[in-house]
Design a protein around this ligand. Structure first.
Ligand SMILES: Nc1ccn([C@@H]2O[C@H](COP(=O)(O)O)[C@@H](O)[C@H]2O)c(=O)n1
Ligand SMILES: [Mg+2]
Length: 279
């Protein structure tokens, strides 16, 4: 059906169920996480930066600020991926953006900060965005990262098409363009659900869609489609990037398709090619 599903990186607990969901997908919408899902996990043997890391390590952050942000990440990231803590235990420990708001970040610096970074979208991103755009499939990017940065990454990759909508943490600037705060409720890895989506237009724009393809890399991404009305089928595809052995069982129990250490969108593109040719 989809030759890419035979790739060595693909793991599926219930192949028959996956086959049935794929056959049933129609009137699709795609809901995707951004960092480490549309963007790569590894670049040239190192970790690729998240949208937060791009800012944290940029030249506009003071040395002291960089150290604080690095310490914060070293505290936070092991909690985020700890397979032995429940989501309830993790939720109150998630981060805010407080350290960033004390830095002199100018709105006008953002494009250059992204250009100078090692940000990379997964291989096959162009086909992914192009297929969705050409077929009028809405793509919702729901991210606990930094909206202004991830939008700029997509813009610089020339794929920020009219069908792409982003819900994320956006910066607020003073009249002279200096970062003063982050807008709206904090979106973190474990509250990506309808509690932070009020007033975003998310549900309204997905209200005609009866099938959702959900792409994520964290257990927190699994709730991104909660509350979308009229949904009949959801195909959940999870990128398992880190602590693969330790987290495999949980991912296989939660995601329909698990992609282990796969830096590409080949499988997603294969599924899209198949279902969009059918419709
Ligand atoms: N200070 C922080 C906070 C979060 N992160 C990472 O950002 C990612 C969240 O964005 P999604 O698009 O994946 O929702 C997640 O991978 C966090 O580890 C960070 O790097 N720094
Ligand atoms: Mg992510």
């Amino acid at each position: 059906m989809v030759p890419e599903l035979a790739k060595a990186t693909v793991r599926i607990r219930q192949p028959e169920r996956v086959r049935e969901i794929i056959q049933a997908l129609r009137e699709q919408g795609v809901i995707s996480d951004f960092d480490m899902t549309l963007s790569r996990f590894g670049c040239n043997g190192r970790r690729c930066p998240t949208s937060h890391n791009i800012l944290d390590t940029s030249r506009v952050i003071s040395e002291d600020g960089k150290k604080k942000l690095k310490d914060l990440l070293h505290y936070y990231y092991p909690i985020e991926i700890d397979p032995n803590r429940t989501l309830e235990e993790k939720r109150p420990l998630m981060l805010c953006h407080c350290c960033l708001s004390h830095q002199k970040i100018h709105k006008s610096d953002i494009a250059q900060i992204v250009r100078e970074s090692e940000a990379m979208l997964r291989d096959g991103f162009k086909e992914f965005f192009d297929q969705l755009h050409k077929n009028n499939v809405p793509l919702f990017i729901f991210s606990a990262g930094v909206g202004d940065i991830l939008e700029e990454i997509i813009r610089q990759a020339n794929v920020f098409y009219s069908n792409v909508n982003v819900v994320s943490n956006y910066m607020g600037f003073s009249d002279d363009g200096v970062l003063t705060h982050f807008k709206g409720p904090l979106i973190h890895t474990y509250n990506k659900n309808n509690t932070v989506l009020q007033g975003t237009g998310y549900f309204q724009q997905l209200s005609t869609r009866t099938s959702i393809i959900l792409l994520g890399d964290s257990m927190g991404d699994l709730t991104m489609a909660d509350g979308v009305p009229r949904v009949e089928n959801i195909l959940k595809i999870g990128f398992l990037n880190d602590k693969v052995e330790e987290r495999r069982r949980k991912y296989l129990d939660s995601y329909d398709i698990v992609l282990e250490s796969d830096e590409t969108l080949e499988v997603v593109n294969g599924i899209l090619r198949y279902i969009l040719a059918e419709t």
